[in-house]
Design a protein around this ligand. Structure first.
Ligand code: GDP
Length: 195
């Protein structure tokens, strides 16, 4: 996929701020520090467009990026910070429900997990949440450069089993360091964008 343009549209705190265009959207979620920003930046060939981890205490926003004037990536704030207060967690949940419960432009989701580790309970909850909304999910198991080739199949199997990945959802090994998996990831996303 040739990305010729990628820009931030808005960091939205409420639904009033969501873009009104009818172009399709893909939402991206993952545990803080998992490598979600690196995945986005690598996919759209920008060094630093998607900002890295929003630290707890900072305003949590849904960041809308417009790609090739054709579709949006929606970067969902990372989850899994131990230190996040109950109040902040509730706010996060409300923002998620507002978006995922109502957004008609949303066609699919990406869940970024770490190939090295067993998915956490929160990863499982996130996957189940997407499936509750009937979204096709592309699972990106990132940091594959940190796992020896021989160990990758076992890690892949572990992730599939722990998340209980549905047959139709692909799990793609990816590395933001080497770019491996990028073509496969675009292939999956394009199928949902119908491009
Ligand atoms: P985010 O919080 O999920 O957005 O995570 P970041 O994209 O900021 O990545 C967290 C850390 O992991 C950073 O130090 C990245 O350089 C590193 N990282 C992300 N992706 C990869 C990868 O594919 N391979 C390696 N080796 N490091 C990665």
């Amino acid at each position: 996929m040739r990305v010729h343009s990628a820009d931030i549209v808005i960091s939205a705190v409420s639904k009033k701020q969501y873009p009104t265009d009818q172009i399709p959207e893909i939402a991206l979620a993952g545990r803080s520090n998992v490598g979600k920003s690196s995945f986005i930046n690598n996919m759209i060939q920008r060094k630093n467009l998607a900002r890295t981890s929003q630290k707890p205490g900072k305003t949590q926003t849904l960041n809308f990026y417009i790609i090739n004037d054709a579709f949006h990536f929606v970067d969902v704030p990372g989850y899994g910070y131990a230190k996040v207060s109950k109040k902040e967690r509730a706010k996060w949940g409300k923002m998620m429900d507002e978006y995922f419960g109502e957004r008609e432009q949303l066609v699919s989701a990406v869940l970024v997990v770490d190939l090295r580790h067993e998915p956490t309970d929160e990863d499982c909850m996130m996957y189940d949440y997407f499936k509750y909304y009937d979204l096709p999910v592309t699972i990106i198991a990132t940091k594959m450069d940190k796992v020896k080739k021989g160990k990758r199949p076992a890690q892949e199997k572990l992730i599939r089993e722990v998340l209980e990945v549905e047959e139709e959802d692909p799990l793609i090994l990816f590395s933001a360091e080497t770019g491996e998996g990028k073509d496969e990831a675009w292939k999956s996303l394009r199928s949902h964008l119908k491009m």
